[in-house]
Structures are given as C-alpha cells and as structure tokens.
Design a protein around this ligand. Structure first.
Ligand SMILES: Cc1ncc(COP(=O)(O)O)c(C=O)c1O
Length: 342
C-alpha cells in the first residue's frame, strides 16, 4: 500500500531528526525560552524582513486556531469562515467550545471574498446577534485552492475598513507560497494579515506551527493565552530546533516545492487522461473525479480519501502529496490507472 492520504503520513525530514539528536544532551531553559526557539523567531523575522512581529511556536493546527481565536475575540464576538474551512468542518467544535460562534459562508472554491463577507456583516446588525469580528482563511484552503496577492490585498483592505481581524491558517502555507500560481511571498504576509501561522507538521517537521502576530494590540499577554490553553510546551526546545532547521536555509521551501512537484505530475497526467477535478487546486492536494470502479481497483494498492460522491458512478477522491512523496510511486499510480482503463 502506498498512501496519498495526507501530508503527515511520514515522520520528519532526516535533517530535523539529526538536529534533535545532536542537541539532545544540551541543557536548555523550558517553555520556549531556550536558545533554539529564540533563534527560530529571529530566523523567521529575517525571512519576513520584519523585526516588529511576535513569533510563538505551538504544537498543532487546532491548538493554534483555538488559542488565537479565543485570545483575539471578546465574549460576544464571532469568527467568519468558509463552510469548508478547517475550523468549521474538522475541529470538533474547538472554536465554539471557547464560546465563539463561527459564521460560515458557502463558497465555490474554499476562498472568502469581500462580497461574501459583506453579506454576513449586513445580516448582523445589533446586540441581539453575535458581532462578526475575525475573518478566518486558510492558505492553501481545505480544498487545495490558494490566495494570490490581489485577492489577499482586497480581503485585507476590506477587513481593515470594517474593523475585522484577518487571521490566516497556514497549516499548508509552504505548499501555497511555493505554488506555481502564487505571487505571494512570506514577507508580504505581515503587511496583509493581523496574524498567521507557518505550518511545520505538514511540511517535514515532526510537529509544530509557527504563529506570527503582526498587529500590535494582539500581542499583549499572548503567552498567558498559550499557557492557559495547555499549549506551552515545557520542552519547547523541540519546536525551536525543528524551526531552526527548516528556516536556517531553504529547507522549508524546498520541501514544499517537492510536494508541489509531485502533485504537479499527478495533475498533469490526470488532466491528460481527461479526468475532471472537483475544484482547481494549485497546491499539494488534488481532487480528481474518477469512476467508482477505477477507485475500487486503485484502493487495492493505494490509500487515499474518497471526498465526495458525484452524480452517476463517479466520486471525487483526495490525493495529497508530501515533502517525502516518492516520484516512482506517483508514476506507478498513473501507470496503474492506465492499466485499469485499458
Ligand atoms: C488547514 C488546516 N488547519 C488546521 C489543521 C489542524 O491541524 P492539527 O491536526 O494539527 O490540529 C489542519 C489539519 O489537517 C488543516 O488542514
């Protein structure tokens, strides 16, 4: 069995494991005050060309989302998200459990726009309803689409004009920024969003997300929020070491480029085979629509998610490539499709 199920099926890039081994017996301060975590923060600030942002390392995506959203919002305030957004569909009500409603919006491609958000604002007019205050987006989105510079700039301007906070979930930010269709750079983000995170878990780290808080008034006491949510690791060094390794050179981007390259081969070959896709994806998640019979055959050798049943005898499946996906396996998958069809 070879898995195209997700981008966290493998452990971690060997350089990260090696760095953990090499530093194993060094004694360090706890709770993110160690020299590796401080160094990771410096490296990230350098890559962004911004000294005035705060960087915090957390363990996972859900934990980061709920810590951020509950810290940024007052009790009556709500988050706005795409209906397909991770916080709305796949986080077990974690945001709602902190007392904040998520106002969800149906989208075609997983992306929010000013027009879509305006509709929600128009529907929430007074204190008998929650007050929309934070816009949650992810890049890439849950269905593999990405935001280009102009789209993010438009969202950013709209949010500022309407006193909304803009928060970007970057669990797959590497793949989004390294997409051939992206004109966004890491250094653009502090200008455009109030906070965002850079996902390590799905891009070669054992675990870890680097949260960047860009807006001054959101920075205060954030470590208190992290600790109160049980998210301040005593051995925070384990996060620091990993992010130093990812960002001391180009490793983070190289790994994302590899995942995208593997997805690119799948996309190209499936397109050549005249298969349709559920949605246009420019990142490492693809959603081709295949006949159910073919899916059954492929499931004998490959692991992947069946995403959505279509009309007739077809279904959309989700194929995810990772920093470690083997090109030979990608080519074998394509060959197996051809064999099944011939
Ligand atoms: C966009 C996005 N955000 C957040 C998460 C949650 O991450 P975790 O499983 O580490 O809580 C995921 C996980 O798949 C994700 O895809």
């Amino acid at each position: 069995m070879y898995s195209f199920k997700n981008d966290y099926s493998e452990g971690a890039h060997p350089r990260i494991l090696q760095a953990l081994v090499d530093t194993n017996f060094e004694q360090e301060a706890g709770y993110g005050k160690d020299r590796f975590t401080l160094k990771a923060g410096e490296l990230l600030k350098e890559k962004m060309g911004r000294k005035d942002v705060d960087v915090h390392l957390l363990v996972g995506g859900t934990q980061t989302n709920l810590t951020v959203i509950s810290a940024f919002l007052r009790p009556h305030e709500a988050a706005i998200a795409a209906k397909s957004g991770h916080i709305f569909t796949h986080e077990t009500g974690a945001i709602e459990a902190t007392g904040h409603k998520i106002l969800s919006i149906e989208t075609d491609d997983g992306k929010l726009t000013p027009v879509l958000i305006k509709k929600v604002l128009d529907e929430h007019t007074d204190e008998h309803m929650v007050k929309p205050k934070l816009v949650y987006i992810s890049n890439s989105t849950e269905i593999g689409s990405i935001y280009v510079y102009k789209e993010l700039k438009d969202l950013s301007e709209f949010c500022r004009k309407n006193s909304l906070l803009l928060f970007m979930d970057g669990a797959r930010l590497g793949s989004a920024l390294c997409s051939e269709e992206s004109d966004l750079k890491l250094s653009d983000l502090p200008e455009l969003v109030d906070a965002f995170y850079i996902g390590g878990t799905k891009n070669g780290a054992l675990f870890g997300e680097a949260l960047v808080i860009c807006r001054e008034l959101l920075k205060e006491d954030f470590r208190y929020h992290i600790k109160q949510k049980g998210a301040l690791l005593a051995k925070g060094r384990l996060l620091g070491i990993q992010f130093v390794e990812l960002f001391r050179d180009n490793l983070f981007f190289d790994l994302a480029l590899h995942a995208n390259k593997m997805a690119g081969i799948l996309r190209e070959q499936l397109t050549k085979g005249n298969f349709q896709f559920l949605t246009h994806s420019a990142s490492n998640q693809l959603f081709p629509i295949l006949p159910d019979k073919l899916i059954e055959e492929l499931q004998k050798k490959y692991d992947f998610l069946i995403w959505e049943k279509m009309d007739g005898n077809d279904s959309a499946i989700r194929l995810v490539t990772s920093w470690a996906t083997k090109e030979d396996e990608v080519l074998a998958f394509i060959e197996d499709i051809k064999k099944c069809l011939s």
